[in-house]
Design a binder for this molecule. Structure first.
Ligand code: ADP
Ligand code: MG
Length: 421
């Protein structure tokens, strides 16, 4: 398909109202329109959706978008409807539809109206859906959150493993685009292997977040006092405090409240109404701080979160990066403060003990990287980016001075002591 740069920009303007592509979007879209398998690695917020939405809108046939999260799919469909102002352009196919709705979706596809069909992986594996999709024109297949295919990712989903087989059945020559915000080389290998897209054209954006300041403090029994002090210094600013357990979330939220911090708890044990009310309060700035488990954050897009505190160290660098990544989305200040004690690592190890051996081994390896990160005396940013396969030079790189180890270098002796621990 030959489409000029002018056509691409016109389509971008027409469907989304944007006048410029963000980052690597244009190249990605050209690759896909060229009919090539394409692999996109961009941090959260990088603009991955548009990489498949725009080419889908520009082509004949329906693009199938596999995504694990029904709620997010719904948002995306609504957003597309908003920009294109046509009904039927995007649909969701999942278990929440009734028979009439399914019939409507299928009709729109057959009539060529539907440009994007979002499906959950478990719906895609249903025989009747496979049979139907074999019989219609598919422009390409997009696998969003492609890291779900890998056990080395932070969100492994076994259903993703069947995708290659299903894709083959739907059609042999359909271009595939995989997209993820997981930058570790291991996960990337897994994605390419499992989707069978060894020849994919790969686009990888930098994962550097120059406006984020990284800091690790030793965790003592005064950690709560330290957190209160930090929040008071940042009065009126929005922030998230992550804790490992629901119990700790409840306790810390209470401690903060008692100390005059406008905070609410958030975890999966709260009922849906409370959860969404607390989330809304945070988004509307009725509260400053959310104390949460990792249940909080997926798909939350508050641009001016000014700090992310980890009361407990996360189970992988990947999770740490994702969670701290919620700070400073608007490019403004974002302070990432993690408290670290080796006994928390042991706690995380204990959590894994009931799991299959292979999973435990992966978990251990990921944890060792967390220990290395917490105990390192080199630049935290350099460490994180190296973990993601990216070389970073502190002298010249953007944000090179934005972490505790660079600002306040540890004395040589101290650094050695850490290694011995
Ligand atoms: P990701 O999936 O990579 O996390 P999204 O696709 O959700 O990111 O996009 C993040 C934000 O960037 C969205 O608000 C989207 O509207 C915006 N965006 C995407 N492309 C552009 C663009 N070319 N110009 C301006 N904003 C864009
Ligand atoms: Mg996305």
């Amino acid at each position: 398909m030959s489409i000029s740069k002018n056509d691409l920009h016109a389509a971008l303007k027409k469907y989304f109202g944007f006048s410029k592509f963000k980052g690597l979007q244009e190249g990605v879209i050209e690759s896909l329109l060229d009919g090539q398998h394409t692999f996109v690695i961009m941090p959260t917020g990088g603009g991955k959706s548009l990489c498949y939405q725009l080419p889908a809108l520009m082509q004949e046939g329906t693009a199938i978008v596999v995504s694990p999260l029904i709620a997010l799919m719904k948002n995306q469909v609504d957003a597309i409807r908003g920009v294109s102002k046509e009904n039927g352009v995007a649909h969701v196919l999942n278990s929440s539809l009734n028979k009439t709705e399914i019939k409507q979706v299928k009709e729109d596809i057959v009539n060529g109206v539907t440009k994007l069909l979002y499906v959950a992986p478990e719906s895609l594996t249903k025989e009747e859906n496979v049979e139907f999709l074999r019989s219609v024109k598919i422009s390409f297949l997009a696998i969003d959150e492609a890291h779900c295919i890998s056990e080395w990712g932070h969100d492994f989903r076994p259903e993703y493993r069947n995708l290659r087989h299903i894709i083959k059945r739907i059609g042999d020559n359909i271009p595939i685009i995989g997209l993820t915000a997981t930058a570790t080389p291991k996960v990337q290998e897994d994605i390419i292997k499992n989707l069978g897209i060894g020849n994919a054209k790969t686009f990888k954006a930098s994962f550097n977040r120059p406006n984020l300041y990284y800091e690790v403090r030793p965790k003592t029994k005064n950690v709560d006092v330290d957190i209160i002090r930090f929040i008071k210094k940042n009065e009126g600013k929005s922030g998230i405090v992550y804790c490992l357990s629901r119990k700790r979330v409840e306790e810390l939220a209470q401690v903060l409240q008692v100390n005059g911090v406008n905070a609410v708890p958030y975890h999966a044990g709260l009922d849906a109404k409370t959860r969404s009310s607390h989330q809304d309060k945070f988004l509307m700035e009725d509260v400053d701080v959310v104390v949460a488990t990792i249940a909080f954050g997926m798909g939350i897009d508050k641009p001016d979160v000014r700090f992310v505190i980890h009361h407990d160290i996360p189970k992988s660098i990947e999770s740490y990066y994702q969670e701290t990544g919620r700070a400073g989305r608007d490019g403004g200040e974002g302070h990432c403060l993690a408290y670290y004690a080796y006994k928390d690592i042991e706690k995380l190890e204990k959590f894994m003990s009931g799991k299959p051996v292979a999973e435990q081994e992966i978990g251990q390896a990921l944890l060792q990287e967390v220990v290395a990160f917490a105990e390192t005396s080199i630049s935290r940013r350099k460490f994180i980016l190296h973990y993601f396969g990216e070389e970073f030079d502190n002298e010249t790189g953007e944000g090179g001075e934005m972490d505790d180890n660079v600002r306040h270098p540890k004395k040589q002796v101290e650094a050695k002591d850490n290694v011995k621990l």
